[in-house]
Ligand binder design. Sequence first.
Ligand code: CP
Ligand code: NVA
Length: 303
Amino acid sequence: MSAICKHLISLDELSPDGLKQVLDLADRQKAAPRAHREAAPLRGKVAGLFFEKPSLRTRLSFEAGMLELGGHCIYMGPESGKLGVREPLKDTARVAARYLDALIVRVMKHESIEELARHSSVPVINALSDESHPCQALADLQTIREKLGRIQGVRVAFVGDGNNVARSLARGLSKLGGKLTLSAPEGFRFSEAFVKSLHDPGCVSLEADPRKAVAGADIVYTDVWTSMGQEEEAQRRLRAFAGYQVNLDLLALAPKALLMHDLPAHRGEEITDEAIDAPQSVIYDQAENRLHAQRALLTLMLG
Ligand code: CP
Ligand code: NVA
């Protein structure tokens, strides 16, 4: 089997067909969990998880997925030292690639992943950077397709920060014919350069008023207003995003829409408890799909 991509720095590494291949395999493995455990296509393979920021879902789902495929993970958390401080990133990449079959990396600065990928002879996978979160988007796309039966023509209203999660979701949707309306205050929207870089720039639109953005949407999606690494801006962001909370009043304007959030949630800020537990919420199914989507990705990249 030839790998679908060398690295996964952003979803741009995957063609629309490659992206569909990941989602199809994710569905198949989810439906038949014994098959890949018995086949163990990654038996003897070892991935290193280099995480500069905390994680629950990403770490657990990569480690569990790798184990199910017969492989193993070694976790190098923030306590192992900040990447690029003890030695240059290029030395980290060159040496780690001698021991490992993949580097799965969560970093403060996106450029760190690019630098590691430039110098690693084995695949580098972006497990979140300030710029993007492609593995989250894989699970998001799988969830949308699973729940709605399609991605083509699906309308996502992303209410909140135009951040790493929003950018990766927009990139994924743009490859598969979906649409994303971002509802964010000024200063927290997509850059022109980002929109231009999309497979289909026309799939993204802006609607400052969240009530208008969610009306007619198939999916209402939100994420934290203050991402990891932005803690010093928290107060400014709380003020800027007032009025952008996803709560039952907002969801009442989109009664048929499904509600998504990548988690962790800052309950009471971007989303309320009641919204997370509303019947239209698919948030925990979405979290489960991190395992299925990434296990499929690992199978296709490393198998
Ligand atoms: N959604 C997500 O990436 O969660 P973690 O930060 O817990 O990995
Ligand atoms: N935007 C969030 C996503 C966490 C999974 C962050 O970067 O902290």
